[in-house]
Design a binder for this molecule. Structure first.
Ligand code: ADP
Ligand code: MG
Length: 690
């Protein structure tokens, strides 16, 4: 869907109180206008943008209103770019990097991205970052000082990319911050005047966010769908724009044309062309500078883009400020067409790297998982490094092959030339011997005429043959005409660099052979003997020249052959390097394999442990059941005993009372017997006898 680039303006606080009685900038809502000191607005210098932030505005607010949407969209698979444009000391770096109290856009974006992906449970993410600087039209890697003068390439799979640029896979915001700090250190390395450099160089912090959906099956397993989203987020701190602004709206002439920042000028051109509407879109000069080439998608392409133009409010800067506002208002007219980038090919790193790592990582829990996670991250980074290294080597090899082919072609050409010359020389020999024998000079003249028809002899005299080398590059800086306006248009630029002005550095000059042709008037059918001799002399001289030239060519050929051999040697060295790199990749893969095996063993161990634990717990359950039953029995027995005891007690009591009553009865019986005995002693005896 086509949408306009989001453009805002930010005015930094005044550094010094201006005592001049001139003008000042007034910010009202989303409008900024130039006013005379007593308050009347100056007509025509009033601009409206998506947002205009005054000097009280914090980075937090700028991020919230201007950049947050772009960052969130990047997590969802849209390319995104945010850049700061403005003159030196207007607050670009403050906006992008911020301060300790008020972190800038980069810091906030990184935190925000990691927070956001943490909340997305149905996708897994792989994030890698890179950090580069464009200085004097050279791309340097800020993560690896040895990576200098990198080249931009384009491929179907990866789009436009910087070959050999180091990328680091990252897991959390702290890692990114550490990397950025190390990048800053690299930037300062060996640089005596850092401020001068930073005002002339652009830095691009780039995050590549890959993600794919994961779904949980009812079995509890994870699986992932095939489409992978890949989005690129560029956060750019541009060089100071004052130099081109000076040439511009105010009409102030450019003084320091020699050191003009080509990237910024081309950026101006690109914005200019894009703002002119769809008609001219076919001729956007993205390729004229490294910056615009890298940001091609962000400018009128497949990306969501927000631009923040920073202004210095002091009156001395009014012309630069006007230039910046003009740039901003042109940018406002650009439409982009952003879409989610989903790919199914192997181009996505996420896909290329073994998916199992991620799955294992998710499945793994417990104390060892952290260590393994670190190990896996390291492994992934190693793999990425090897891949990038291999890619770079392949490209170098390709380059070597091409130049080798070109050299071979040149050698073949020269050989052909030498052959031509040899045949020429032998022709010359033949004709001179014929000359001495022939009677008819007319025939001789005709023959000679034919012999010298080869094109290389045509440009005789003091002419030099100039040849533009095929791989000549545009010069870094070009002299500018006096009338150069704010942002030079492409035609002027083209004229300056590709058209009229010869690229003297890359021009090779070879002196043309000094060959004297025979003056035709000398060759007449009735030429004298003297003439004839003179001609013979001429011919001999010419022959000598040609032989000399042939020797020269042979020598050159010898040199070329030597060069060729050296190149072949270099190529085989490169191949060896490639082999070494492949070997280490292999070793890393092996390490990964052994790690995986270790993991497998651990898993098996854990499983068997779990199994025995399960068995034990089963036994424990049975035992517990038994114990419970026994306890129950015991309780019952105890109850029964208690009952029995109670019964025994009762019985005892009853027994005692019976005993007592028996004793009483016995006593009574005894006394009765006594009594009876006393009363009837004899009868008793008698009765007893009975
Ligand atoms: P640039 O990168 O455009 O050259 P800087 O970001 O380095 O400019 O800003 C120049 C100075 O102004 C720095 O000291 C910075 O801290 C200060 N500054 C810039 N913008 C602001 C702002 N919005 N609030 C407070 N200080 C700022
Ligand atoms: Mg700066």
């Amino acid at each position: 869907m086509a949408e306009k680039i989001c453009v805002s303006v930010r005015v930094r606080p005044q550094v010094s109180q201006d005592s001049s009685s001139g003008t000042f900038w007034r910010v009202e809502d989303n409008r900024i206008s130039l006013h005379k000191l007593h308050g009347t607005p100056i007509p025509a210098i009033s601009y409206a943008f998506d947002y205009v932030f005054d000097e009280t505005c914090s980075n937090a607010k700028v991020y919230e209103l201007l950049t947050k949407d772009v960052i969130h969209a990047a997590v969802d698979g849209f390319n995104g770019t945010a850049f700061a444009y403005g003159q030196t000391s207007s607050g670009k770096t403050f906006t992008m990097n911020g301060s300790a109290n008020d972190p800038g856009i980069i810091h906030r974006a990184v935190n925000d991205i990691f927070q956001k992906i943490q909340m997305i449970s149905d996708r897994e993410f792989l994030i890698r970052v890179s950090y580069m600087e464009i200085y004097n039209e050279e791309i340097n890697d800020l993560f690896a000082v040895e990576n200098q003068k990198l080249q931009i390439h384009e491929s179907l799979e990866r789009g436009i990319f910087v070959a050999g640029l180091r990328e680091e896979i990252v897991n959390n915001a702290e890692q990114v911050m550490k990397l950025l700090e190390s990048g800053e250190v690299n930037r300062h390395f060996g640089e005596t005047n850092m401020n001068a450099r930073s005002s002339r160089s652009h830095t691009i912090f780039r995050m590549v966010i890959e993600s794919k959906g994961i779904c949980m099956h009812s079995s509890g397993d994870y699986s992932s769908s095939d489409a992978i989203r890949v989005s690129v987020l560029n956060l750019v701190d541009l060089a100071g724009s004052e130099r081109i602004a000076k040439t511009g709206a105010g009409g102030v002439r450019l003084k320091e044309g020699k050191y003009i920042n080509k990237s910024l000028m081309v950026l101006g051109n690109v914005i200019n062309k894009l703002s002119n509407g769809a008609k001219q879109r076919a001729h956007i000069p993205y390729r004229d500078s490294k910056l615009t080439r890298i940001l091609q998608n962000a400018l009128g392409g497949n990306a969501k883009t927000s631009i923040i133009c920073t202004l210095a409010p002091e009156e001395v800067h009014v012309e630069e400020t006007k230039g910046t506002l003009l740039f901003a208002s042109r940018a406002k007219r650009i439409t982009n067409c952003a879409q989610v980038n989903e790919i199914l090919t192997d181009a996505a790193l996420l896909k290329r790297q073994q998916l199992e790592i991620e799955e294992l990582r998710m499945k793994l829990q417990g104390s060892r998982s952290e260590v393994l996670e670190q190990e896996i991250l390291k492994l992934r980074n190693d793999m990425l490094k090897y891949e990038l290294e291999r890619e770079k080597l392949e490209m170098e090899l390709e380059e070597e092959r091409r130049s080798h082919k070109e050299r071979e072609q040149r050698i073949r050409d020269q050989q052909r030339k030498i052959e031509n010359l040899s045949s020429l020389v032998s022709d010359g020999d033949r004709s001179s011997s014929q000359d001495s024998m022939k009677e008819s000079p007319t025939d001789e003249c005709n023959d000679r005429g034919d012999s010298f028809k080869t094109p290389c002899f045509k440009g005789a005299g003091n002419v030099f043959v100039a040849m533009r080398s095929t791989n000549s590059e545009l010069p870094d800086f070009s002299p500018l005409p006096d009338s150069f306006s704010n942002v030079a248009d492409e035609v002027t630029w083209f004229k300056m660099n590709k058209g009229y002005i010869a690229d003297l550095d890359s021009v090779q000059t070879t002196p043309a052979r000094k060959v004297q042709s025979f003056p035709p008037q000398d060759i007449t059918p009735d030429c004298s003997n003297d003439n004839y001799k003179e001609e013979l002399q001429n011919l001999k001289r010419q022959l000598e020249l040609v032989i000399k030239e042939r020797n020269e060519f042979e020598r050159k050929h010898e040199e070329e052959v030597q060069l060729n051999d050296r190149l072949m040697g270099e190529i085989s060295e490169l191949k060896q390097e490639l082999d070494v790199s492949n070997n280490s990749l292999e070793a890393s893969k092996e390490r990964y394999g052994s790690l995986e095996r270790e993991l497998q063993l651990l898993k098996e161990e854990r499983d068997s442990l779990l199994k025995s634990v399960a068995e034990s717990s089963q036994k424990l359950t049975v035992l517990a059941d038994q114990k419970e039953n026994i306890l129950k029995d015991l309780n019952w027995e105890v109850e029964r005993r208690k009952d029995l005891e109670a019964e025994i007690k009762q019985f005892n009591v009853a027994f005692a009372s019976r005993q007592r009553s028996l004793a009483t009865i016995h006593g009574e019986f005894k006394s009765k017997m006594e009594k009876l005995r006393a009363e009837n002693l004899v009868p008793l005896h008698k009765s007893l006898q009975y």
